[in-house]
Design a protein around this ligand. Structure first.
Ligand code: SAM
Length: 382
């Protein structure tokens, strides 16, 4: 039996012919009726398909609250300080940040205003309820409404950019070919290599080549062409403040290097990762599809948009720089409960493990910060 997302994709292919993989991914994840991220089920939880750092333990948010506090200080303690969160889910990260600020007795807790950006209406409703009971004021995202006004604050995106649709390319006879999705006579999805669907593919490959990164013959790679639009939106949203992106990712030389000749597409269902070539075409709409973020391109775009790139490091390094050690001690001293202690221990291991969440990339950028922040070493934050 086919899923609603599959039906929608088949109908589009029947009407228009083969579609770029990016369009397939956009429909599989975001189609209003049956897209993976649109339904009532909570995905990034223990009972869902994967576990994100904020859902793992609030200590992650408590550590990031130190990064926000640092930015707030360097902005001269603005009130309000707006936290714009992309892919906010049910608001778990923002609530942990607030809790962390309160535990630190930071006056930022009283200045914090939350502007969540989230596709899923079920998660948004949950978020609003949770934020209200925690006393966190929620406002519409700055870009929404008739008179969008840029804000001072922070833009945070944890495991958001990896879900943006990617254009998949393969180099054949020295030229880029783009993966398109078609339907066979018996109704199965199949891939075709066709000329690029947009000149933006060549433009991105040229930009990578200018930075010394070229794809090899036969290599497959994903290009997130939506990054340009996302950075432009962030630049229009934030008049001053910090941008913090944490995600699966790598700098371009590693992401497109010899160890990743097959690309980084990965799917998740029921806590099982599957990166096999056919995986995106199974259980369409019931399976997450992700691709690693090219942090070099992200940093280049942020720089071009007027942000100072303050760091491009690993999540583990970021958390340690934010004082994770002290936070672990604080958590331990709060409770003698064995289950809580074990949960904390296993969460910290996963948050720091370079093969798990610790290996995620963390990109930090800022604008309008005091000179001290601009001078922060690129490998350090907090
Ligand atoms: C992997 S989850 C991460 C959720 C949360 N940031 C966390 O770390 O637990 C990705 C979230 O981004 C949302 N999302 C995906 N594409 C989106 C888009 N284009 N606009 C807004 N939200 C989106 C999904 O609905 C989902 O809640």
């Amino acid at each position: 039996m086919s899923t609603p997302a599959e039906d929608a994709i088949r109908a589009e292919i029947a009407g228009h012919g083969p579609i770029p993989f990016a369009r397939f991914m956009a429909l599989a994840l975001g189609h209003p009726a049956g897209g993976y991220y649109m339904g009532p089920r909570a995905r990034p939880t223990r009972s869902g398909d994967f576990l994100t750092a904020p859902e793992l333990h609030p200590i992650f948010g408590a550590a990031l609250s130190r990064q926000l506090e640092d930015g707030w200080e360097r902005l001269g303690r603005p009130d309000p300080f707006t936290l714009v969160e992309y892919g906010a889910g049910a608001g778990t990260l923002a609530l942990a940040i607030l809790e962390g600020l309160r535990a630190d007795r930071s006056p930022l807790a009283g200045a914090l205003v939350y502007a969540p950006i989230e596709l899923n209406p079920h998660r948004l409703a949950e978020l609003e309820e949770r934020a209200a009971s925690a006393g966190l004021p929620v406002i519409a995202p700055p870009g929404a409404g008739s008179a969008p006004a840029p804000v001072v604050g922070a833009v945070v995106a944890n495991e958001f950019l990896d879900a943006l649709p990617v254009h998949a390319v393969e180099i054949r006879d020295g030229r880029p070919r783009e993966v398109h999705v078609a339907v066979t006579a018996d109704g199965a999805f199949t891939e075709l290599l066709l000329p690029p669907s947009t000149p933006a593919v060549a433009a991105r490959l040229d930009a990578l080549a200018a930075a010394g990164v070229t794809l090899a013959e036969g290599q497959r790679a994903e290009l997130c062409l939506a990054l340009e639009g996302w950075v432009a939106e962030v630049a229009a949203t934030l008049s001053a403040g910090i941008v913090l992106v944490i995600d699966y990712g790598a700098p371009a030389p590693a992401l497109y290097g010899p160890r990743r000749r097959a690309g980084t597409l990965m799917t998740y269902r029921g806590h099982t990762a599957d990166g096999s070539p056919g995986a995106p075409y199974r259980d369409v709409g019931e399976r997450d599809i992700t691709a690693h973020v090219d942090t070099s391109t992200l940093a280049r775009l942020l720089d071009a948009a007027g942000f100072a790139v303050l760091g491009d490091t690993t999540q583990a390094e970021l958390l340690v720089a934010c004082g994770l050690e002290g936070l672990i001690e604080r958590e331990r001293s709060r409770s003698t409960d064995l289950a809580a202690a074990l949960l904390l221990r296993s969460a910290v291991m996963r948050l720091l493990d370079p093969r798990h969440l610790g290996g995620f990339r963390a990109v930090l950028a800022g604008r309008g910060l005091s000179a001290a922040a601009e001078a922060t070493s690129p490998e350090r934050s907090c």
